[in-house]
Ligand binder design. Sequence first.
Ligand code: CU
Length: 364
Amino acid sequence: MSIMAKPHSKIMITSLFVIFAMSALYFTFSGDISAQLEDNVFVTHSGSVIKTSGEIIDPVYTTTTVPEYTEATVEFDPMEYLREFNYGEVSTLPDGTTLREFTIIAEDDKVMEVSPGIFFNVWTFNGTVPGPTIRATEGDIVRINFINNGSKEHTMHFHGIHPAEMDGVFEIVGSGGGQFTYEFEAGPVGVHPYHCHVMPLEEHIVRGLYGVFIVDPKESRPAADEMVMVLNGLDTDFDGENNFYAANTIPFYYQHHPIEINANELVRIYVVNMVEFDPINNLHLHGNLYKYYPTGTDLVPSFYTDMITLSQTERGIMEFEYEFPGKYLFHAHKVEFSEKGWVGIFLVKDNLDQKLQTGIEYGS
Ligand SMILES: [Cu+2]
């Protein structure tokens, strides 16, 4: 008589099998889990082995020492960064050309509280992530006095047009005070990223060595409320995946601190995607559409849309104005990113100036 004939035997055998399978799984995975908890060893995408003691894992100096963070050394205000443009020290060359000089200092020992209670060792240009927004007019000479005060080699690589030796790739700038002067003519018109170009590149980028370079046309764009948004991510546990996403580094910042804009006033956003590891990012605006100028190189918009998709270093200029006051979300329509911090709010206010000018009474 077969054991298959009796239903209760069947149940028993099935149960035994399930117990056996679960035990096998337990022994297989518990070994891995306990090994990870004891050793706290992580291998980054770039192959470096990192040891750590806890959830907030961020060795500043080496892969074998784990400093205990007690406080952040980076002060960063996303609201200030949003509308802060650095035009450099301006002078005129003998031939009449405008020279704009900037001093940019790289460091890699700073600690930033990227989210409440989460400290992260950022690598910085002039002490912040992103670095300063560098702005010039087409044809100006841009001179960057670059100083590497970090413990690792760094460079500055600008997207745009310039001689090979100004590309910041092969002219590595040594740690502990190495210097290099980048000099080139600003162009083409548009919005471009700059970033360190030392290997492993993904680490030098995901740690924060990037910023925005805006080249204005000689005949300036129409007046607008201008802002910069760098879309970025933070891999705080070094597993080669981002734990947080943001516009301008701090997750959820503009959701908790809405960006105030005026109704019926042109808003212009210079947007640059610097997210590492993920192939795409995007930007969706609520209750409105925007004119979009890819890379900002043309003065005529290519699209009128509420959604753009960007790969790493892809960028452009968005222009829009709101007719109706109120709160409007903007966020990644890659929902994972928005739920991990890449979300904000525009608080559209009644444009009192405009109402005075046009004679419309407030509240009517
Ligand atoms: Cu670097």
